[in-house]
Design a protein around this ligand. Structure first.
Ligand code: MG
Length: 456
């Protein structure tokens, strides 16, 4: 077996340390051998983007692949370009998403614009580990630059919403692009939708001087304050490569940071309600709030393991209308089978135009309480811990082993135990409509697991 290079979001590392030009060149060759045709490439705004991209391009061309350079783009925009271009057989996105500015990464995109399934990444890893033959001088690939992928992408996004309705609502939005890949596309979309946009951090400054590029509540203090003080209809933020979007609703003069499960639930509800039904796909870690609103709207829910490629592929298989994760990554079947930040924004804006204040929509959601904890567990004991917990808690309760162990109680509350793929820890999520109960169950699971680990 070749060494595992691809994590859940591509190959990532610190620039000129483990993410360097030697790696990028060899990766380019391996990816080129794998695709064997014309490859599209794009970067987010990181200062190292051109360096890593140049090395990947050199590798691609040395094995005979032509390259189409799309410039700086959100990840879903290069995905859309690949999906809709006949001559492009695959793609490479140079991004480290929400990681700090010293990081960069190489992410492969499949021929249809979806994230690469693991089996294909393994093939690239095997090629990477070996010696790769290059082409004679007169058979190497050529590089072309392509402008306009940004506008084609935004036009596609807005074709899925009622533009006139949004225009008529005369909305105001505060938009925080984190100086990342959406710095042009999202303001462009606002203009096309007739939304008055006040932008923050909308420069291609790859050092992320405004705030770190993970859209957490702490990092978005300016956005939250401004959304309230200018009385905007919504505040919007992206992560570095804009496959995700998070939202700030407004209550009076105050901004309210919406956790990702609430935007997931609101969009799921809107889509199922508008279509009069349909299937929604989400991982087992998502709040039951999503299931409740989807069922109330006449739809049904399918649970998967955690990870957006898993959600996307299950959506394709089942013909689901929508899917997503609680980190703000939403997937729209009528647009494309990958997380799409701009599409999430367009849908939320349409929802405000149709159904009114975003904060009121939040208040209509059912309330669930979550207690999250983690316990240490060496990787070699993870399986035995899961087995033990299953034996201890399965009696009289529903058991779901889609990802880790989920124990579902009679009252609808549940506890999920998930081993981390990267760290020697287990995560415990306990959810219930009763706050005390969610806490009590989390504590009980923590204690039973701890005792087992300590041999008690
Ligand atoms: Mg991202």
């Amino acid at each position: 077996m070749a060494q595992r290079m691809f994590g859940t979001n591509g190959v990532r590392g610190v620039v000129n340390d483990d993410m360097n030009t030697d790696l990028a060149l060899q990766m380019g060759k391996a990816i080129g051998k794998f695709f064997g045709g014309k490859v599209a490439i794009a970067t987010d705004t990181r200062v190292s983007g051109d360096m890593i991209k140049s090395a990947v391009c050199a590798g691609l061309m040395s094995v005979g692949c032509d390259v189409r350079d799309l410039g700086i783009l959100p990840t879903p925009a290069i995905q859309y370009h690949i999906k809709t271009s006949d001559k492009i057989v695959g793609g490479v996105m140079i991004t480290a998403s929400h990681n700090p500015p010293e990081f960069n990464g190489i992410k492969c995109i499949d021929f249809d614009g979806t994230e690469m399934p693991r089996e294909k990444e393994e093939k690239i890893e095997i090629l990477y580990a070996g010696k790769i033959s290059t082409m004679p001088w007169n058979e190497i690939g050529v590089l072309e630059t392509y402008e306009g992928a940004d506008e084609e992408y935004i036009d596609a996004v807005i074709s899925h919403v009622d533009v006139d309705l949004i225009k008529k609502a005369k909305l105001t939005a505060v938009v925080d692009c984190a100086n990342g890949a959406a710095y042009r596309t999202t303001p462009m979309m606002m203009k096309k939708l007739g939304v008055r946009a006040i932008t923050l951090n909308a420069d291609a400054q790859g050092e992320f001087p405004g705030h770190p590029s993970e859209p957490t509540e702490d990092n978005l203090a300016d956005l939250i304050a401004l959304t309230g003080s200018v009385k905007a209809d919504v505040g919007i933020a992206h992560d570095g490569d804009a496959d995700r979007a998070v939202f700030v609703a407004r209550k009076g003069k105050k901004g309210y940071y919406m956790p990702g499960d609430k935007s997931l639930a609101i969009v799921a509800k809107t889509i199922v309600r508008d279509l009069g039904g349909g299937q929604v796909v989400t991982p087992v870690s998502s709040s039951s709030m999503v299931e409740e609103v989807v069922k109330d709207a006449g739809g049904s829910l399918i649970y998967t393991a955690v990870g957006s490629p898993v959600v996307a592929r299950r959506m394709m298989k089942e013909g689901a209308v929508f899917g997503g994760e609680e980190n703000g990554g939403l997937i729209f079947a009528d647009h494309q089978y990958c997380r799409d930040g701009a599409m999430s924004i367009a849908k939320i804006l349409e929802g405000i135009a149709k159904y009114g204040s975003l904060y009121n929509q939040v208040e209509e959601l059912p309330v669930y309480h979550v207690d999250k904890r983690k316990i240490e567990c060496p990787n070699n004991r993870k399986e035995s811990l899961i087995e033990y917990m299953k034996e201890t808690f399965s009696e009289g309760n529903e058991v779901d082993t889609t990802d880790g162990l989920k124990i579902i109680f009679d009252d609808g509350g549940w506890v999920l135990l998930r081993p981390s793929g990267t760290e020697p820890i287990f995560r415990i999520y306990s959810e219930s409509k009763d706050e005390g109960l969610s806490k009590q169950r989390a504590a009980q699971f923590e204690k039973v697991a701890d005792d087992f680990m300590n041999g008690l």
